[in-house]
Design a protein around this ligand. Structure first.
Ligand code: SAM
Length: 263
């Protein structure tokens, strides 16, 4: 055991049943490349090596990387920051779409998610099974017109199928985190091709709309529509951001950028 470092989000999973259930959340087959985010002291890693032939693990803590190397020499351990991973290069190197798993370091859940959404949209990641804060998991699957519905909900649901697999109590970690957790699975590559949109454009529209979520889109998007030289259709202009579904946002983004409603 190593002394947990709070700054690295180190809350180590202590419960073998929870670990088994997380690994069982992967749909991957034995030969598929599996990439673990933050293996720590290996709560999931041993189970992953039992179930899969090719396990790569990304870890920044040298102490943890040494433990993984000693206990599971077959694991391809990479000592690096998960936010520096080039997912496309890794997919090419491993010659197949990646299946990602991990008990995330909670201080960087959102940037990890956005990186994976991009990698999923590019076909580099096929699925991701991740433990995260329950409150973030709820935002991923939130429906329009709810308090949780926002930028993350639209970004995730436009790019992937998102499911909460099960909740996880604070009590199964050492040290105990401040919040409860949930395991989420994202599955990529199943979306309607009609929902295709430039991701940067979509994120700009969604971010601008939700930055002033109480206002009508006529007001919140005023500067953006002005700079793009477009006027909002009346039925959209009178709505607020939280009333638009992810596909409504795609249609709106395509319209603002002068593209036909559907390809
Ligand atoms: N998988 C282990 C478990 O379930 O007990 C550890 C999970 S712990 C919540 C998060 C892990 O991510 C830690 O091992 C931590 O060192 C690692 N980590 C933190 N920041 C990271 C980063 N930027 N890149 C890669 N790994 C990171």
């Amino acid at each position: 055991m190593i002394r947990p470092i709070k700054r690295l989000g180190q809350n180590f999973l202590q419960d073998p049943n929870t670990a088994r259930n997380i690994v069982a959340g992967l749909v991957a087959k034995r030969g598929d490349p599996v990439v673990e985010i933050g293996p720590g002291t290996g709560a999931l890693t041993g189970l992953l090596t039992d179930a899969f032939d090719r396990v790569t693990a990304i870890e920044v803590d040298e102490r943890a990387a040494e433990i993984i190397e000693d206990l599971w020499p077959a694991v391809d351990i990479r000592r690096m920051d998960i936010l520096d991973v080039d997912w496309q290069a890794l997919r090419k190197e491993l010659e197949a779409p990646l299946h990602v798993i991990g008990n995330l370091p909670y201080y960087i859940t959102t940037p990890i998610l956005f990186d994976l959404l991009d990698a999923g949209a590019d076909g580099d990641v096929k699925e991701a099974v991740m433990m995260m804060q329950y409150e973030v998991a709820e935002r991923l699957i939130a429906q329009p017109r709810t308090k949780q519905y926002g930028i993350l909900s639209v970004a995730v649901q436009q790019a992937a199928r998102a499911e909460i697999l099960f909740p996880v109590s604070r009590n199964v970690f050492f040290p105990k985190p401040d919040v409860r957790s949930a395991v989420v699975r994202l599955t990529f590559g199943e979306q309607d091709p009609a929902l295709h949109v430039d991701t940067a454009h979509l994120r700009m529209v969604v971010r601008t709309a939700f930055n002033q979520r109480r206002k009508t889109l006529r007001n919140s998007l005023q500067a953006l529509t002005g700079s793009l030289g477009r006027e909002l259709p009346e039925d959209v202009a009178s709505k607020r951001a939280e009333e638009l579904s992810p596909s409504d946002f795609v249609t709106l983004t395509r319209y603002l950028h002068g593209m036909p409603p559907r390809p």
